[in-house]
Design a protein around this ligand. Structure first.
Ligand SMILES: Nc1nc2c(ncn2[C@@H]2O[C@H](COP(=O)(O)OP(=O)(O)O)[C@@H](O)[C@H]2O)c(=O)[nH]1
Ligand SMILES: [Mg+2]
Length: 244
């Protein structure tokens, strides 16, 4: 399991404990971008702690370079170390480790398994309405533009078989943030891999702050929708301009 972290000092220890106690056996790789809050040091301590049982590893990176870069570094590490499948998961308890079981079960019949918030309606807890709408709309937008046959294209809780990571030419993946997940899904679909979704209930992070919710990435999702929404108004305005 590759777990990217940036300022997750309030979550990381409990998170690792929760993963290690699951009935499914996974090894963890924490990919920390030199978090100023000391997450990297806490992760190092987990590697050495007896409860870690040799299953916790840490990759330290020098600076915050975004989610996509952290994942790619983690995937490379996992492949080097011979793992057959890689799970992505956030360190903030938005993804319940209980779902690891269903992710792995679905992996028998699929190449990529996505923990989806949008399979049975919308399964998100403790998000303000605008954030739910934004995420849902971003997904519909992505589906329309890319023709992805996936309900939750931006989910960061997923599993890739090794064969997928080997086939997707990861060196050329440039996107970071949410679009990293979209690009990976898109490439996997283009390459003909079987993509399955299992329902998850996503919960807003327990502690700390989101690093991804603001800025350019959201805007790149929202702007096309805004334009579409304003299409009629824009047309009218242009119509008026034409007349005058
Ligand atoms: N290594 C690394 N991890 C990151 C970076 N940005 C976010 N993360 C981690 O990626 C996961 C998802 O980010 P988060 O801020 O929770 O995004 P949100 O769930 O969309 O609000 C968390 O475990 C973060 O600590 C980054 O630049 N580098
Ligand atoms: Mg989060």
């Amino acid at each position: 399991m590759v777990v990217p972290t940036y300022n997750e000092a309030d979550n990381i220890e409990k998170f690792v404990e929760a993963v290690l106690k699951q009935p499914v056996r996974v090894d963890l790789l924490i990919v920390d971008d030199n978090s100023p809050d000391g997450t990297g040091r806490l992760a190092d301590a987990l590697v050495l702690s007896p409860s870690g049982g040799g299953r916790v590893h840490v990759l330290h990176r020098t600076a915050k370079e975004g989610l996509g870069r952290a994942y790619l570094a983690g995937f490379a590490w996992a492949m080097e170390h011979g793992y057959e499948a890689v799970v992505e998961m956030d360190a903030d308890f938005s993804h319940d480790p209980l779902y690891l079981q269903s992710l792995l079960e679905a992996a028998g019949e699929a190449d990529v398994v996505i923990g989806s918030r949008y399979l049975n309606g919308i399964s998100v807890i403790n998000w303000p309405l605008h954030r739910i709408l934004l995420s849902w709309a971003a997904n519909r937008y992505v589906q329309t533009v890319t023709r992805l046959r996936v309900n939750d294209c931006t989910s960061g809780f997923r599993l890739y078989h090794r064969r997928v990571l080997e086939a997707l030419d990861l060196a050329s993946v440039r996107s970071n943030g949410y679009s990293f997940q979209v690009e990976m899904t898109f490439r996997a679909q283009l390459a003909g891999f079987r993509i399955a979704e299992v329902p998850i209930i996503f919960t807003e992070r327990r502690a700390g702050e989101s690093k991804l919710s603001k800025g350019v990435i959201w805007e790149s999702f929202v702007m096309p929708l805004k334009l579409r929404w304003r299409e009629g108004t824009l047309k009218k305005r242009m119509g008026r301009l034409e007349k005058t």
